[in-house]
Design a binder for this molecule. Sequence first.
Ligand code: PBG
Length: 340
Amino acid sequence: MNRDFFTRSYPATRMRRLRSRAPLRRLVAEHHIRAEDLILPIFLCEGANVRSAITSMPGIERLGIDVAVDAVREAADLGIPAVALFPQVEASLRDDEGSLATDGNNLVCRALREIRASNIDVSVMCDVALDPYTSHGHDGVLRDGRIHNDETIEILVRQALVQAESGCDIIAPSDMMDGRIGRIRNALEEHGHHDVCIMSYAAKYASALYAPFREAIGSDTHLRGDKRTYQMDFANGDEALWEVALDIQEGADMVMVKPGILYLDIVRRVREQFGMPTFAYQVSGEYAMIRNGIDAGYVSESVIEESLLAFKRAGADGILTYFAKDIARGLSSTSTIKGK
Ligand code: PBG
């Protein structure tokens, strides 16, 4: 910032001049939200024509594959470039090692094939992690009370490959095992998936804000203990840069910080340090807090825009948000939402 600026003072400078009329405010707005900045998470469940409510996420439902394809089409028509798929797996199909994760006929892979068959012009992102598939709800193989890093990676590599084969174009490892990005990148290359991107959940914290998501995928009642031996300690900031640097070195094309609003300092530091495509995830707990605040009448709906602009201001290129459609619906093809 140019310090000479501060030799000017009132009344030559009146900060309120540029705020005095709405068109002027629009003209000088520094940040905007476009539909193109958003990724819509979608929860999948089994069954035709099924929509099932998620108690802790009012307004969000798990969708059967046919309904999910319609939701993807609607998102794409609104200009949203990408969706992220998360499965609710029946409890009887889960086991200690999350075997179903590597089965090309699992819910996610079937949904991928249906979305690809529908020719919707959209990117589809899939989580690589075992938690929807394990009987204990952890993201990795649990043995003797510990999550086994290297054994887990072997399974994650196979999970990434079946997703790529089914039509996934953004592989998103959300498991936080060490070394998985490099191994997944090599496997994708070896199998000819040269154009499949990796968006790594690079700085993912052991947050209490994932609770509604765990209800949505049905891992809440199963999860034993917490995820603090693999997800990051929220006391740490510098460590996030180390995590992100490793994932970039190993082959990530895009990086993510998660959760979002409480971690904007990390978003800003990652964007400035690496200049890579940087995403933030406004997670389920953030959605639940904002949605419930609005539904109770305690805050107005404009909190949604305010929160999304905060991500842009912090330097995020894009945001995963359960509000993606609500926001995109409020945008015409030529306009953008600006701070009011
Ligand atoms: C699973 C995963 C989680 C989320 C995305 N992928 C939960 C967790 O790590 O326990 C959270 C998303 C949200 O809360 O919206 N690895």
